[in-house]
Structure formats: C-alpha cells, structure tokens
Design a protein around this ligand. Structure first.
Ligand SMILES: [Zn+2]
Length: 319
C-alpha cells in the first residue's frame, strides 16, 4: 500500500518525496517573517507518521542538534511511513536565546492557541492545525529550563496507554509519568488522541553530547520498533540498558541563599542521608548540606552557582 500525501503550509509532499516546507506565522515590525520550518520525509510504503519536534523553547538547543544530526545522517529517510521533523518550533526564541516569544509568553503554555492571538498563541494555533491531524505519534524534545541540567529522561502521560508504550520503546536512561500541564503541547496532543512523549535532556544554551546521543538513540528505537529505519540505520544504535522507571519524585530546594556546590553527578544512584551538595556563604562561615531524603536517583542538577532561598537544586526520585 502506498503512503498518504502530507500537506503543510499549502505544499504537498507525495509518497517517496522529501521536502523542506514552512508554516508562515506572523511578521515582526521590521516586516521579517516568523515561520516554522518543517522537514517532511515521506516514504513510498505506508506506515505511521512520526513527528519529531525541537525548539518549542527556543533556547533548548540539544533537541535542535538531535534533529539536525538525524537529518544529516539520513536517519529520517525511512523505508515506510513518514517523519515530520521540526528542528526549531520557536524561531524567535532561538535567535534571542530565549524560551519565549515577543509577547513574553511561553508557546508551551499557549496551546491550542488562537488565530488572532499574540505570537505564542498564533504559533500554537497554526502549528496544531497544520501538523497534528497528520501524525500518529509525537516526540517533543526539551532540556531543563535555565541552568537546570536534566539527565536524559522521558516523560509520558499515564492516562494514555500508547504514550506509556512509546516511553518504553524510546528507552531513555530515566522515564516517568508526568501530569499534563494546561496549555502544553503534550496536553493538546493528548486531547487530539495523539500519543506523545517529551524527552528532556541537558540544559538550555549548552550542547551536551551524551544527551544528544541518548535522544538520537531513543528516536531510533521508536523508528526501529515501527519498522521504519533503513537496514543500515537499524543496527546503528541498538539499545541494551533498560530505562529506570521513577515512581516518586521530589525537588530539593535551597534552605538558604549562597553559593551552591553540587557534590554528586547527575544521573547517579543516591542513598538516604548522602550529601548531594552544599550551600555556603562567601566567607566560609556557614555551610548547609543538602542530603538525599531517600535511596534513589538524582536526575536534574541546577548548575547555577549563586542561589536564592527556595530555588530548586536537585530533582530526585525513587524507582
Ligand atoms: Zn522546554
């Protein structure tokens, strides 16, 4: 059976074609067009359509590099089905080293959006309307916000059995169910019954090769599972380690302001009472230890050196 056509931004990609398209969004005061570039790889043979998107937060560049490498390595030249690859969803954020768009809003809190809203809302609206009805599965690539470094992890929607399965297939080092946030892309995808997972790895504005490679492996695992990868691509990233499922999670916050010095490596196993890091004043007079509240894993570390009271330092969880 031949695959279906994919139409985005008024342009059609026939089975057997690859095309770089664009969804026009809005013009800036200078007349500069803000658009969303979309690369479609459509195989001749029918199969699932998988959306791989990055840069919903424009400063979260690991995902952008994951998509770029997979395009460069021709990993998206699938033998069946189609890939809709979006390297940078939020172009404006990307060029401004920012999560947001000029209206100060977060696109990932603006779904489903409106046609006549300000930019975040329009990006959400046009993107959903042009892309979502054509996909079967979604993979949304992120990093920790600010200087928070996420150890490569998959977040899925517990209420959606297929999203749970997709997380299992992706096989990131860490995975857990996470609540749907109002206005988020994953929430909009859930409402449209499109199983979606969010991959979080590394921190904003910084390439992290381990995170990038784990992302490529996970996406390859999904494409291999659906029989989409070419024979040469199929053996490239075969996964052996199983994902660690976290059942409970907790943020450890700064008990006091000061300089924060982590004493543990992100992704490592921790035991109850272990000193994960210290907060100290600049005079070496007072030091507070941050201790592990239980046996488990640390999967996010804040790399900000100067910390205010109450700020998130570590995300920890139990398997
Ligand atoms: Zn993000």
């Amino acid at each position: 059976m031949t695959n279906k056509e994919i139409t985005i931004g008024g342009q059609t990609v026939a089975p057997g074609e690859d095309k770089l398209l664009s969804i026009p969004i809005d013009r800036l005061p200078t007349g500069t067009l803000i658009d969303i570039p979309v690369y479609v790889f459509n195989a001749k043979k029918s199969g699932p359509t998988v959306l791989v998107q990055a840069g919903l937060h424009g400063d979260e560049i690991n995902g952008i590099e994951i998509v770029r490498r997979m395009i460069a390595e021709k990993s998206f030249k699938v033998k069946k089905g189609a890939i809709i690859a979006v390297p940078i969803l939020n172009i404006f954020g990307f060029i401004h080293f920012s999560r947001d768009v000029p209206d100060g809003k977060d696109v990932n809190r603006s779904f489903p959006g409106t046609k006549s809203g300000s930019m975040a809302s329009r990006i959400a609206y046009h993107y959903l309307n042009q892309v979502m009805h054509q996909i079967d599965y979604g993979i949304d690539l992120h990093t920790g916000g600010g200087r928070r470094h996420n150890f490569p992890q998959i977040r899925y929607t517990a209420e959606d059995e297929q999203s749970v399965e997709l997380a299992e297939i992706f096989n990131a080092p860490i995975s857990f169910a996470s609540k749907l946030i109002k206005g988020s892309f994953r929430n909009a995808a859930f409402r449209m019954k499109k199983p979606t997972v969010v991959f979080e790895a590394g921190e904003s504005m910084r390439f992290d090769d381990y995170s990038i490679v784990e992302g490529i492996k996970g996406i390859s695992n999904v494409l291999r599972h659906f029989g989409m990868l070419s024979d040469t691509e199929s053996t490239k990233y075969e996964e052996v380690n199983k994902t660690i499922h976290l059942n409970t999670r907790r943020w450890l916050r700064a008990p006091t302001a000061g300089m924060f010095i982590p004493k543990t490596t992100n992704g490592s196993e921790i035991s109850k009472g272990q000193v994960l890091g210290i907060i100290t004043d600049t005079f070496a007079k007072r030091t507070k230890q941050i201790k592990a509240p239980f046996d488990g894993y640390v999967f996010c570390v804040n790399h900000q050196a100067v910390i205010n009271q109450g700020e998130a330092l570590f995300h920890v969880g139990t398997a």
